[in-house]
Design a protein around this ligand. Structure first.
Ligand code: SF4
Length: 434
Protein backbone atom coordinates (compact mmCIF):
# COMPACT_ATOMS: atom_id res chain seq x y z
CA UNK A 1 0.00 0.00 0.00
CA UNK A 2 1.39 3.41 -0.96
CA UNK A 3 2.36 5.79 1.82
CA UNK A 4 1.69 9.52 1.65
CA UNK A 5 3.07 12.38 3.75
CA UNK A 6 1.32 15.77 3.76
CA UNK A 7 3.39 18.70 5.00
CA UNK A 8 1.19 21.68 5.93
CA UNK A 9 2.94 25.05 6.07
CA UNK A 10 1.50 28.41 7.07
CA UNK A 11 -1.68 29.23 8.91
CA UNK A 12 -4.38 27.08 10.56
CA UNK A 13 -6.48 27.38 7.38
CA UNK A 14 -3.80 25.36 5.62
CA UNK A 15 -3.79 22.88 8.52
CA UNK A 16 -7.52 22.23 8.01
CA UNK A 17 -7.10 21.81 4.25
CA UNK A 18 -4.23 19.37 4.84
CA UNK A 19 -6.51 17.43 7.24
CA UNK A 20 -9.18 17.23 4.54
CA UNK A 21 -6.54 15.95 2.10
CA UNK A 22 -5.40 13.34 4.64
CA UNK A 23 -9.02 12.20 5.05
CA UNK A 24 -9.51 11.97 1.27
CA UNK A 25 -6.23 10.06 0.79
CA UNK A 26 -7.15 7.65 3.55
CA UNK A 27 -10.59 7.06 1.97
CA UNK A 28 -8.80 6.19 -1.28
CA UNK A 29 -6.72 3.52 0.41
CA UNK A 30 -3.40 5.33 0.89
CA UNK A 31 -1.53 4.86 4.15
CA UNK A 32 -0.93 8.13 5.98
CA UNK A 33 2.56 8.62 7.36
CA UNK A 34 4.52 11.44 8.90
CA UNK A 35 7.87 9.94 7.99
CA UNK A 36 9.30 11.24 4.72
CA UNK A 37 11.90 8.45 4.68
CA UNK A 38 9.24 5.80 4.08
CA UNK A 39 6.88 7.84 1.87
CA UNK A 40 6.00 7.05 -1.75
CA UNK A 41 4.18 10.35 -2.20
CA UNK A 42 4.85 13.74 -0.58
CA UNK A 43 2.47 16.69 -0.72
CA UNK A 44 3.78 20.10 0.38
CA UNK A 45 0.82 22.38 1.13
CA UNK A 46 2.35 25.84 0.90
CA UNK A 47 1.83 29.37 2.16
CA UNK A 48 2.65 32.49 0.18
CA UNK A 49 1.24 35.26 2.35
CA UNK A 50 4.52 37.08 2.95
CA UNK A 51 8.10 36.76 1.72
CA UNK A 52 9.29 34.73 4.71
CA UNK A 53 6.42 32.24 4.16
CA UNK A 54 7.43 31.86 0.51
CA UNK A 55 11.03 31.33 1.48
CA UNK A 56 10.01 28.67 4.02
CA UNK A 57 7.86 26.89 1.41
CA UNK A 58 10.73 26.88 -1.10
CA UNK A 59 13.10 25.56 1.56
CA UNK A 60 10.79 22.60 2.25
CA UNK A 61 10.38 21.91 -1.47
CA UNK A 62 14.17 21.83 -1.92
CA UNK A 63 14.58 19.46 1.04
CA UNK A 64 11.93 17.04 -0.25
CA UNK A 65 13.30 17.16 -3.82
CA UNK A 66 16.74 16.26 -2.49
CA UNK A 67 15.19 12.98 -1.21
CA UNK A 68 13.53 12.43 -4.60
CA UNK A 69 16.99 12.62 -6.24
CA UNK A 70 18.06 9.54 -4.28
CA UNK A 71 14.99 7.33 -4.62
CA UNK A 72 11.52 6.90 -6.04
CA UNK A 73 9.27 9.62 -4.57
CA UNK A 74 6.43 11.54 -6.18
CA UNK A 75 6.30 15.16 -5.05
CA UNK A 76 3.29 17.47 -5.35
CA UNK A 77 3.10 21.11 -4.35
CA UNK A 78 -0.27 22.59 -3.47
CA UNK A 79 -1.86 25.73 -2.04
CA UNK A 80 -1.04 29.42 -2.25
CA UNK A 81 2.47 29.30 -3.73
CA UNK A 82 1.61 27.51 -7.00
CA UNK A 83 -1.65 29.48 -7.26
CA UNK A 84 0.34 32.70 -7.32
CA UNK A 85 3.58 31.64 -8.99
CA UNK A 86 3.01 28.43 -10.91
CA UNK A 87 5.10 29.37 -13.96
CA UNK A 88 8.01 30.41 -11.78
CA UNK A 89 7.64 27.27 -9.66
CA UNK A 90 7.61 24.98 -12.73
CA UNK A 91 10.83 26.43 -14.05
CA UNK A 92 12.48 26.68 -10.65
CA UNK A 93 11.58 23.11 -9.65
CA UNK A 94 11.14 21.04 -12.85
CA UNK A 95 11.27 17.76 -10.87
CA UNK A 96 7.95 18.39 -9.14
CA UNK A 97 5.36 15.84 -10.34
CA UNK A 98 2.35 18.14 -10.13
CA UNK A 99 0.92 21.38 -8.83
CA UNK A 100 -2.50 22.11 -7.36
CA UNK A 101 -3.24 25.74 -6.61
CA UNK A 102 -5.94 26.69 -4.14
CA UNK A 103 -8.49 26.45 -7.00
CA UNK A 104 -7.54 22.88 -7.92
CA UNK A 105 -6.86 21.59 -4.43
CA UNK A 106 -9.94 19.41 -4.36
CA UNK A 107 -8.64 17.72 -7.55
CA UNK A 108 -5.23 16.93 -6.09
CA UNK A 109 -6.16 13.26 -5.48
CA UNK A 110 -7.17 13.00 -9.19
CA UNK A 111 -3.82 14.48 -10.14
CA UNK A 112 -2.07 11.89 -8.01
CA UNK A 113 -4.15 8.88 -9.04
CA UNK A 114 -4.67 9.80 -12.69
CA UNK A 115 -1.52 11.20 -14.19
CA UNK A 116 -3.39 12.43 -17.28
CA UNK A 117 -5.37 14.86 -15.18
CA UNK A 118 -5.19 18.36 -16.59
CA UNK A 119 -2.77 20.36 -14.42
CA UNK A 120 -4.20 23.77 -15.30
CA UNK A 121 -4.91 26.06 -12.40
CA UNK A 122 -8.53 26.97 -11.86
CA UNK A 123 -9.62 30.38 -10.52
CA UNK A 124 -8.62 30.84 -6.89
CA UNK A 125 -10.75 29.12 -4.28
CA UNK A 126 -10.03 26.54 -1.65
CA UNK A 127 -10.91 23.20 -0.18
CA UNK A 128 -13.73 24.62 1.86
CA UNK A 129 -15.47 21.43 2.85
CA UNK A 130 -15.00 17.70 2.68
CA UNK A 131 -16.80 14.58 3.84
CA UNK A 132 -13.43 13.34 5.00
CA UNK A 133 -11.10 14.79 7.58
CA UNK A 134 -8.27 13.22 9.48
CA UNK A 135 -6.91 15.26 12.38
CA UNK A 136 -3.17 15.72 12.15
CA UNK A 137 -2.49 15.95 15.88
CA UNK A 138 -3.73 14.33 19.08
CA UNK A 139 -4.50 17.71 20.66
CA UNK A 140 -7.92 18.16 22.30
CA UNK A 141 -8.72 21.15 20.05
CA UNK A 142 -9.49 21.48 16.35
CA UNK A 143 -9.98 24.30 13.87
CA UNK A 144 -13.26 24.75 12.04
CA UNK A 145 -12.87 26.66 8.76
CA UNK A 146 -16.19 28.44 8.32
CA UNK A 147 -15.51 30.21 5.02
CA UNK A 148 -12.99 30.56 2.24
CA UNK A 149 -11.71 33.64 0.44
CA UNK A 150 -12.05 37.32 1.21
CA UNK A 151 -14.03 40.25 -0.21
CA UNK A 152 -11.83 42.93 1.37
CA UNK A 153 -9.02 44.54 -0.54
CA UNK A 154 -6.34 45.43 2.02
CA UNK A 155 -3.63 46.99 -0.12
CA UNK A 156 -0.79 44.89 1.34
CA UNK A 157 -2.53 41.55 0.91
CA UNK A 158 -2.67 39.03 -1.93
CA UNK A 159 -5.06 36.63 -0.21
CA UNK A 160 -8.13 37.61 -2.29
CA UNK A 161 -6.12 36.83 -5.45
CA UNK A 162 -5.07 33.50 -3.97
CA UNK A 163 -8.25 32.40 -2.28
CA UNK A 164 -10.98 34.07 -4.31
CA UNK A 165 -14.27 35.62 -3.21
CA UNK A 166 -15.73 35.04 0.23
CA UNK A 167 -17.63 31.75 0.32
CA UNK A 168 -19.39 30.78 3.54
CA UNK A 169 -20.15 27.18 4.32
CA UNK A 170 -23.69 26.46 5.44
CA UNK A 171 -24.57 26.41 9.12
CA UNK A 172 -25.74 22.78 8.72
CA UNK A 173 -22.46 21.53 7.27
CA UNK A 174 -20.47 23.31 9.98
CA UNK A 175 -22.66 21.95 12.77
CA UNK A 176 -22.29 18.43 11.30
CA UNK A 177 -18.50 18.74 11.16
CA UNK A 178 -18.38 20.19 14.68
CA UNK A 179 -20.52 17.30 16.01
CA UNK A 180 -18.19 14.78 14.37
CA UNK A 181 -15.17 16.53 15.93
CA UNK A 182 -16.82 16.61 19.36
CA UNK A 183 -17.71 12.93 18.94
CA UNK A 184 -14.05 12.13 18.33
CA UNK A 185 -13.07 13.75 21.66
CA UNK A 186 -12.41 17.36 20.64
CA UNK A 187 -13.07 19.71 23.57
CA UNK A 188 -12.27 23.04 21.98
CA UNK A 189 -13.39 24.27 18.57
CA UNK A 190 -11.56 27.22 17.04
CA UNK A 191 -13.40 29.10 14.31
CA UNK A 192 -11.24 30.41 11.49
CA UNK A 193 -11.54 32.00 8.04
CA UNK A 194 -9.70 34.88 6.38
CA UNK A 195 -12.41 36.99 8.02
CA UNK A 196 -14.79 35.21 10.39
CA UNK A 197 -17.19 38.10 11.09
CA UNK A 198 -18.37 38.38 7.47
CA UNK A 199 -19.69 34.85 7.80
CA UNK A 200 -23.06 34.27 6.13
CA UNK A 201 -23.48 37.45 4.08
CA UNK A 202 -23.05 35.64 0.76
CA UNK A 203 -25.29 32.67 1.64
CA UNK A 204 -27.88 34.13 4.03
CA UNK A 205 -27.83 37.84 3.06
CA UNK A 206 -26.77 38.90 6.58
CA UNK A 207 -23.91 38.49 9.06
CA UNK A 208 -24.96 35.36 10.96
CA UNK A 209 -21.83 34.42 12.88
CA UNK A 210 -23.85 34.95 16.08
CA UNK A 211 -26.37 32.28 15.01
CA UNK A 212 -23.63 29.86 14.05
CA UNK A 213 -21.84 30.38 17.39
CA UNK A 214 -25.08 29.88 19.32
CA UNK A 215 -25.65 26.54 17.57
CA UNK A 216 -22.05 25.35 17.99
CA UNK A 217 -22.05 26.25 21.66
CA UNK A 218 -24.88 23.77 22.28
CA UNK A 219 -23.04 20.74 20.89
CA UNK A 220 -22.50 18.05 23.51
CA UNK A 221 -18.89 17.60 24.54
CA UNK A 222 -17.61 20.97 23.31
CA UNK A 223 -16.42 22.86 26.32
CA UNK A 224 -14.93 25.86 24.51
CA UNK A 225 -15.74 27.58 21.22
CA UNK A 226 -13.17 30.21 20.25
CA UNK A 227 -13.22 32.93 17.61
CA UNK A 228 -10.17 34.00 15.62
CA UNK A 229 -9.68 36.46 12.73
CA UNK A 230 -12.65 38.79 13.39
CA UNK A 231 -12.74 41.66 10.89
CA UNK A 232 -13.37 44.80 12.99
CA UNK A 233 -16.18 46.49 11.08
CA UNK A 234 -18.34 43.36 10.90
CA UNK A 235 -18.50 42.80 14.66
CA UNK A 236 -22.26 43.17 15.14
CA UNK A 237 -24.31 43.86 18.26
CA UNK A 238 -25.75 40.36 17.84
CA UNK A 239 -22.25 38.90 17.99
CA UNK A 240 -21.48 40.81 21.18
CA UNK A 241 -24.75 39.55 22.71
CA UNK A 242 -23.98 35.92 21.90
CA UNK A 243 -20.66 36.26 23.75
CA UNK A 244 -22.62 37.42 26.80
CA UNK A 245 -25.22 34.66 26.61
CA UNK A 246 -23.13 31.53 26.11
CA UNK A 247 -20.63 30.65 28.78
CA UNK A 248 -18.76 28.14 26.61
CA UNK A 249 -17.97 30.74 23.95
CA UNK A 250 -14.51 31.76 25.14
CA UNK A 251 -14.44 35.33 26.40
CA UNK A 252 -11.62 35.96 23.96
CA UNK A 253 -11.52 37.47 20.50
CA UNK A 254 -8.73 37.77 17.97
CA UNK A 255 -9.44 40.94 16.01
CA UNK A 256 -6.58 41.95 13.70
CA UNK A 257 -6.50 45.76 13.41
CA UNK A 258 -3.16 46.16 11.54
CA UNK A 259 -2.82 49.82 12.68
CA UNK A 260 -4.70 52.59 14.43
CA UNK A 261 -3.54 55.74 12.59
CA UNK A 262 -6.21 56.86 10.13
CA UNK A 263 -3.47 57.78 7.59
CA UNK A 264 -2.10 54.27 7.59
CA UNK A 265 -5.52 52.59 7.77
CA UNK A 266 -6.69 54.64 4.83
CA UNK A 267 -3.64 53.64 2.74
CA UNK A 268 -4.18 50.05 3.83
CA UNK A 269 -7.85 50.30 2.77
CA UNK A 270 -8.96 49.16 6.22
CA UNK A 271 -11.83 50.45 8.41
CA UNK A 272 -11.02 53.95 9.72
CA UNK A 273 -13.16 53.67 12.84
CA UNK A 274 -11.16 50.73 14.23
CA UNK A 275 -10.45 52.46 17.57
CA UNK A 276 -14.17 53.08 18.13
CA UNK A 277 -15.00 49.45 17.37
CA UNK A 278 -12.46 48.15 19.90
CA UNK A 279 -13.72 50.63 22.53
CA UNK A 280 -17.29 49.48 21.93
CA UNK A 281 -16.41 45.79 22.28
CA UNK A 282 -14.54 46.45 25.52
CA UNK A 283 -17.33 48.61 26.94
CA UNK A 284 -19.95 45.92 26.25
CA UNK A 285 -17.73 42.97 27.19
CA UNK A 286 -15.35 44.40 29.82
CA UNK A 287 -13.87 41.02 30.74
CA UNK A 288 -13.15 39.85 27.21
CA UNK A 289 -9.49 39.15 26.43
CA UNK A 290 -8.54 40.68 23.09
CA UNK A 291 -5.70 39.71 20.78
CA UNK A 292 -4.74 41.65 17.71
CA UNK A 293 -2.05 41.90 15.08
CA UNK A 294 -0.43 45.11 13.89
CA UNK A 295 2.05 45.96 11.18
CA UNK A 296 5.08 48.25 11.32
CA UNK A 297 6.80 49.91 8.38
CA UNK A 298 3.80 50.14 6.05
CA UNK A 299 4.74 52.54 3.18
CA UNK A 300 4.34 56.14 4.38
CA UNK A 301 4.12 55.24 8.11
CA UNK A 302 5.46 58.22 10.04
CA UNK A 303 6.82 58.56 13.59
CA UNK A 304 3.52 60.22 14.48
CA UNK A 305 1.59 57.19 13.18
CA UNK A 306 3.78 54.95 15.36
CA UNK A 307 3.14 57.18 18.42
CA UNK A 308 -0.60 56.89 17.81
CA UNK A 309 -0.28 53.12 17.77
CA UNK A 310 1.87 53.15 20.92
CA UNK A 311 -0.72 55.35 22.69
CA UNK A 312 -3.52 53.03 21.64
CA UNK A 313 -1.75 49.90 22.84
CA UNK A 314 -0.99 51.72 26.10
CA UNK A 315 -4.73 51.92 26.76
CA UNK A 316 -4.45 48.21 27.54
CA UNK A 317 -7.41 46.95 25.50
CA UNK A 318 -5.28 44.08 24.19
CA UNK A 319 -3.66 41.32 26.19
CA UNK A 320 -1.85 39.85 23.19
CA UNK A 321 -0.49 41.64 20.13
CA UNK A 322 1.33 40.00 17.22
CA UNK A 323 3.61 42.62 15.65
CA UNK A 324 4.72 42.05 12.05
CA UNK A 325 7.02 44.04 9.83
CA UNK A 326 5.57 45.05 6.47
CA UNK A 327 6.48 42.51 3.79
CA UNK A 328 6.67 43.98 0.31
CA UNK A 329 4.96 41.50 -1.98
CA UNK A 330 5.38 42.44 -5.63
CA UNK A 331 1.82 41.39 -6.52
CA UNK A 332 0.25 43.55 -3.75
CA UNK A 333 -1.08 47.05 -4.49
CA UNK A 334 1.06 48.59 -1.73
CA UNK A 335 4.28 47.53 -3.47
CA UNK A 336 3.65 50.44 -5.89
CA UNK A 337 3.24 52.98 -3.08
CA UNK A 338 5.81 55.71 -2.54
CA UNK A 339 7.76 56.32 0.68
CA UNK A 340 8.73 52.76 1.49
CA UNK A 341 10.15 52.41 4.97
CA UNK A 342 13.60 50.90 5.47
CA UNK A 343 13.39 47.32 6.86
CA UNK A 344 15.72 48.36 9.71
CA UNK A 345 13.23 51.06 10.75
CA UNK A 346 10.29 48.63 10.49
CA UNK A 347 12.24 46.25 12.71
CA UNK A 348 13.01 48.93 15.31
CA UNK A 349 9.33 49.86 15.44
CA UNK A 350 8.33 46.20 15.77
CA UNK A 351 10.69 45.70 18.71
CA UNK A 352 9.43 48.91 20.35
CA UNK A 353 5.80 47.76 20.11
CA UNK A 354 6.63 44.23 21.25
CA UNK A 355 8.38 45.55 24.36
CA UNK A 356 5.50 47.87 25.20
CA UNK A 357 2.97 45.09 24.76
CA UNK A 358 4.95 42.65 26.85
CA UNK A 359 4.87 45.07 29.82
CA UNK A 360 1.11 45.42 29.38
CA UNK A 361 0.67 41.64 29.28
CA UNK A 362 2.89 41.14 32.33
CA UNK A 363 1.11 43.72 34.42
CA UNK A 364 -2.28 42.22 33.51
CA UNK A 365 -1.15 38.75 34.62
CA UNK A 366 0.62 40.11 37.73
CA UNK A 367 -2.74 41.65 38.64
CA UNK A 368 -4.29 38.17 38.46
CA UNK A 369 -1.79 36.60 40.88
CA UNK A 370 -3.38 33.77 42.91
CA UNK A 371 -6.57 33.92 40.83
CA UNK A 372 -7.91 30.49 39.96
CA UNK A 373 -7.91 29.67 36.24
CA UNK A 374 -9.16 26.62 34.43
CA UNK A 375 -7.01 25.16 31.70
CA UNK A 376 -7.12 22.39 29.13
CA UNK A 377 -4.23 19.94 29.41
CA UNK A 378 -2.21 19.51 26.21
CA UNK A 379 0.78 17.54 27.44
CA UNK A 380 2.13 15.91 30.60
CA UNK A 381 5.77 14.80 30.85
CA UNK A 382 7.39 13.07 33.81
CA UNK A 383 10.80 14.30 34.98
CA UNK A 384 12.11 12.64 38.11
CA UNK A 385 9.17 12.56 40.52
CA UNK A 386 7.46 15.58 39.02
CA UNK A 387 5.03 15.95 36.15
CA UNK A 388 5.43 18.93 33.85
CA UNK A 389 1.99 19.80 32.60
CA UNK A 390 1.31 22.21 29.78
CA UNK A 391 -2.08 23.53 28.77
CA UNK A 392 -4.11 26.57 27.80
CA UNK A 393 -6.79 28.63 29.48
CA UNK A 394 -9.83 30.04 27.67
CA UNK A 395 -7.85 33.24 27.08
CA UNK A 396 -4.96 31.54 25.26
CA UNK A 397 -5.09 30.43 21.63
CA UNK A 398 -2.83 27.59 20.53
CA UNK A 399 0.67 28.50 19.39
CA UNK A 400 0.32 32.28 19.66
CA UNK A 401 -0.55 33.21 23.25
CA UNK A 402 1.74 31.02 25.34
CA UNK A 403 0.72 28.27 27.76
CA UNK A 404 -0.20 27.50 31.34
CA UNK A 405 2.71 25.63 32.98
CA UNK A 406 2.19 23.47 36.03
CA UNK A 407 4.71 21.28 37.88
CA UNK A 408 2.95 18.79 40.13
CA UNK A 409 3.44 15.37 41.69
CA UNK A 410 0.27 13.98 40.09
CA UNK A 411 -0.15 13.40 36.35
CA UNK A 412 -3.00 14.84 34.30
CA UNK A 413 -4.41 13.41 31.08
CA UNK A 414 -4.36 15.27 27.77
CA UNK A 415 -7.84 16.67 27.18
CA UNK A 416 -8.61 16.98 30.91
CA UNK A 417 -9.58 20.35 32.42
CA UNK A 418 -7.71 21.43 35.54
CA UNK A 419 -7.98 24.38 37.93
CA UNK A 420 -4.87 26.07 39.30
CA UNK A 421 -3.72 29.41 40.71
CA UNK A 422 -1.62 31.92 38.82
CA UNK A 423 1.92 32.29 40.15
CA UNK A 424 3.88 34.42 37.63
CA UNK A 425 4.90 34.76 33.99
CA UNK A 426 7.82 33.32 32.09
CA UNK A 427 7.86 35.06 28.71
CA UNK A 428 4.29 34.67 27.50
CA UNK A 429 3.84 31.44 29.47
CA UNK A 430 2.01 31.61 32.79
CA UNK A 431 3.23 29.48 35.70
CA UNK A 432 0.43 28.09 37.86
CA UNK A 433 0.27 26.01 41.02
CA UNK A 434 -2.26 23.86 42.85
S1 SF4 B 1 -9.15 41.05 5.44
FE1 SF4 B 1 -7.48 42.09 4.35
S2 SF4 B 1 -5.62 41.15 5.24
FE2 SF4 B 1 -7.30 39.78 5.72
S3 SF4 B 1 -7.33 38.28 4.02
FE3 SF4 B 1 -8.79 39.91 3.50
S4 SF4 B 1 -7.61 41.34 2.24
FE4 SF4 B 1 -6.13 40.05 3.32
Amino acid sequence: MQKVVVIALGCPKNTVEAEYLLGIFQSKGLTISNNLDEADIAVIHTCSFIETARAESEKFIRAVLSIKKKRDLRVYVSGCLPQLLKEKMSSLFPDIDGFAGTGTLRHLPDLIFNKNFDKLLLPPGGLNNSNYRMLSSNMPSAYLKIAEGCDHRCSFCVIPALRGKYESRTIESLVDEAKALAGSGIKELILIAQDTTSYGLDVYGAFVLDKLLAKLSKINGLKWVRLLYAYPSSVTDGLIEVFKEHKNICSYMDIPIQHISRNVLSAMKRPLNTAGIIEKIKSKLPDIVLRTSVMTGFPGETKKDVSELVNFLDLGYFQYVGVFEYSNIKEAVSSKFKKHIKPTVAKERRILLENIQYSIFKSKIDGMKNNIVEFLVESCLKEGNRYHIKGRSSFQSPEIDGNMMLADDKPLAVGEFCKAKIRNVNGYNIRVYI
